[in-house]
Design a binder for this molecule. Structure first.
Ligand SMILES: Cc1ncc(COP(=O)(O)O)c(C=O)c1O
Length: 381
């Protein structure tokens, strides 16, 4: 019987199984050889000086925030159209998320609006490469330099995303990637931070390992965490690096076919890719803003055809209950938060309720891709 066509399907082969088994048999389960090898491959892949692995993408964001010069109460400008970990990580250290609207075509943070939103309290910008499409990092880099702001790329979804041929991860002061099971490159749970700054790299290595000195041992020079990667998961990521180009190519080819079919359907759309940008194709999202069929109905119809689809961020970050109840957060006693109930990023709100993902995982075979394409045509024409 044909399988339901999935939107998450970890691409794990015999090599990963062998690598994990080797680590388990070696008894060296904590961060070690495999993780080091993965880090080296990832730095090469992203053309960055340092790549530092850790337990997951949220920990990577937390470490980035801890390593930044941000003080409690400082504002960090970010997008509300993202996974909640982006803004949560800003809250972790007492900084204050300031949400700015997204671009109507790319669905990424709008650089012009960011520039207008800067106040004396603004100390950092955190763009997200949403669904794998790079944010306008050249503009953000200029804005950050002109206004003396720290720049963190949330690249959790953006393995394979490039700007004028350069991989994301080195445009900001720091960048963070997730290796969660659904991502373009996986380890199950996992994260990695990239930077071209030696000092930041050294600090992050210490912060993720109990604030140790580079020598290791029981010398602790600052408060730190235990966010080390397991070598078992490092081994999976290490093998995945050998396949990443192929995995990305398959996603790219499928996404290209979807764009072609959607171009033929009136009033249906997708995220637009600006010139010079390469989409990592982590998620292929259909845009129903101008179509009478909305995501909820579409998802049901795809389901009847054995195709799994889903809306992603139908609630923006500031629409989540944790922001509605921000007064309950431990830092609320010490810093002033804006009234997030009055935030209204109009374009983000429209896209939030008017997009859903269709499967673009590398395991799709030719027939499955054709089945998804036919379903898109039938449901929306
Ligand atoms: C944009 C974004 N930021 C951060 C994260 C957090 O990564 P993790 O799930 O590995 O903690 C994710 C994960 O899905 C994400 O999509």
């Amino acid at each position: 019987m044909a399988r339901d066509i999935p939107f998450v399907d970890p691409h794990i082969g015999d090599e990963e199984v062998q690598a994990v088994s080797d680590v388990i048999r070696s008894g060296k389960l904590v961060e070690g050889e495999k993780t080091r090898s993965f880090e080296q491959k990832f730095a090469k892949f992203t053309e960055t000086k340092h790549a530092i692995a850790c337990v997951n993408g949220t920990a990577a964001l937390h470490l980035a925030m801890e390593a930044s010069p941000l003080q409690p109460g400082d504002e960090v400008i970010t997008t509300p159209f993202t996974f909640i970990a982006t803004s949560n990580s800003i809250l972790f250290t007492g900084a204050v998320p300031k949400f700015v609207d997204i671009d109507k075509d790319t669905w990424n943070l709008n650089s012009e609006l960011v520039e207008q939103a800067i106040t004396p309290k603004t100390k950092a910008i955190m763009p997200v490469h949403i669904f794998g499409l790079p944010a306008d990092m050249k503009a953000f880099k200029d804005i950050a330099e002109d206004n003396d702001l720290f720049l963190i790329e949330d690249a959790a979804q953006a393995h394979g995303a490039r700007i004028d041929g350069t991989h994301v991860g080195g445009f900001g002061d720091l960048a963070t990637f997730s290796l969660y099971v659904s991502k373009n490159l996986i380890s199950g749970e996992g994260g990695i931070i990239t930077t071209n700054n030696d000092e930041l790299a050294e600090n992050i290595i210490s912060l993720k390992n109990h604030g140790r000195t580079p020598k290791g041992g029981y010398e602790h020079i600052q408060v730190g965490y235990n966010y080390r990667m397991y070598d078992v998961t490092g081994a999976i990521a290490d093998i995945q690096m050998n396949k990443i180009d192929n995995l990305l190519e398959r996603r790219k080819e499928t996404a290209k076919q979807y764009r072609k079919i959607i171009d033929e359907i009136p009033n249906l759309g997708y995220q637009q890719i600006p010139n010079g940008m390469t989409h990592g194709n982590y998620i292929f999202a259909v845009d129903t803003r101008d179509h009478e069929i909305k995501p909820e109905e579409a998802v049901k119809k795809f389901r009847e055809k054995g195709i799994m689809t889903r809306p992603i961020y139908s609630k923006l970050s500031y629409q989540q209950v944790n922001f509605k109840n921000i007064g309950n957060w431990r830092w609320a006693k010490f810093v002033d938060y804006p009234d997030y109930n009055t935030d209204n990023c109009i374009l983000a709100e429209q896209i939030a309720v008017n997009h859903f993902e269709i499967p673009v995982v590398p395991s799709l075979n030719k027939e499955e891709i054709e089945k998804v394409k036919s379903a898109v045509s039938e449901i929306f024409t």
